[in-house]
Design a protein. Structure first.
Length: 283
């Protein structure tokens, strides 16, 4: 995990930490990507200050400093997206990074004015503007809302889950949270949910959204059920068959039957399996 540090001269330095060495306290930025975002390469070549996205990094660094935090993280420039291995690792770690952050700052450029009280004490107009922010409709920002213990929309703190944990919510309910959220790449609709369901799947950029969602659902199902033999088996016992004492077969068939039963009273059902019985002989 790469973290930025805001220096007194207004510049940023970057430090890479490996798992286990990541500082316990850091701030993290949540935002929508826009024009001229600062990448890791831009940060290294020193041309980033002229880019539009630099203001978000500067905002995050200054806010972290005010909150007494030495380090902060911004996805645009703290991940080497040209490295597919690093990108995959970051996407699968991102929920945890947001979850462990001391502060999460949400940058809302489309909410232009601060909250003010009207004469009658109502804030309906501002609340309407706030709720219409594009941030609430993006797929990736869902985990950024849910994972931290609290998030700051500039000066407005809110608790994401009201003290609840994700396991308190059903799979269907968590899936429903994404109904009106969008991602630039359709497959990211699945990838952005990995942390919310605490699962891992390899990233296959180029696959279709439906296939990515299918792989995600399969992983969620396996994580929910586990890999027990009984989950894929049907009950089968010779003791349920009348006149079983007259049951005879060739020696090789008996060996195969004992292998299939495995001594636990169950067998896997395969497509095309058929048990035929004529009188008291299996052929």
């Amino acid at each position: 995990m790469r973290l930025l540090q805001y220096n007194n001269d207004g510049d940023f330095t970057q430090t890479e930490f490996f798992e286990g060495d990541i500082p316990k306290k850091y701030a993290i930025l949540s935002h929508r990507w826009g024009a001229e975002e600062v990448t890791l390469a831009d940060l290294k070549n020193g041309n980033c200050k002229r880019m539009a996205g630099y203001s978000k990094i500067q905002f995050c660094g200054e806010q972290a400093k005010r909150d007494g935090l030495q380090y902060f993280w911004v996805d645009t420039c703290c991940i080497d997206k040209s490295n597919s291995t690093e990108l995959a690792e970051a996407i699968n770690s991102m929920f945890r990074w947001y979850q462990h952050a001391t502060k999460c700052y949400v940058y809302l450029p489309d909410v232009s004015r601060p909250r003010t009280n009207s004469a009658d004490g109502s804030n309906e107009d501002w609340v309407s503007i706030f709720r219409k922010s594009e941030w609430f409709r993006r797929g990736w920002t869902l985990q950024e809302l849910i994972a931290p213990a609290s998030v700051d929309f500039f000066w407005i703190p809110t608790t994401a889950l009201g003290g609840s944990v994700l396991s308190d919510f059903s799979v269907a309910e968590r899936m429903s949270w994404t109904e009106y959220r969008e991602t630039t790449y359709e497959k990211d609709k699945a990838y952005s949910l990995l942390g919310i369901f605490d699962v891992y799947i390899p990233l296959i950029y180029g696959e279709k959204k439906d296939r990515a969602l299918t792989r995600l659902r399969e992983k969620i199902d396996k994580a929910s059920r586990g890999f027990k033999h009984e989950d894929f088996s049907v009950s089968f016992s010779l003791s349920d068959i009348s006149d079983v004492e007259h049951f005879v077969a060739r020696k090789t068939e008996l060996v195969e039957i004992h292998k299939a039963l495995g001594g636990n009273g169950s067998r896997r059902r395969r497509k095309g399996d058929r048990t035929s019985r004529s009188g008291d002989t299996v052929v």
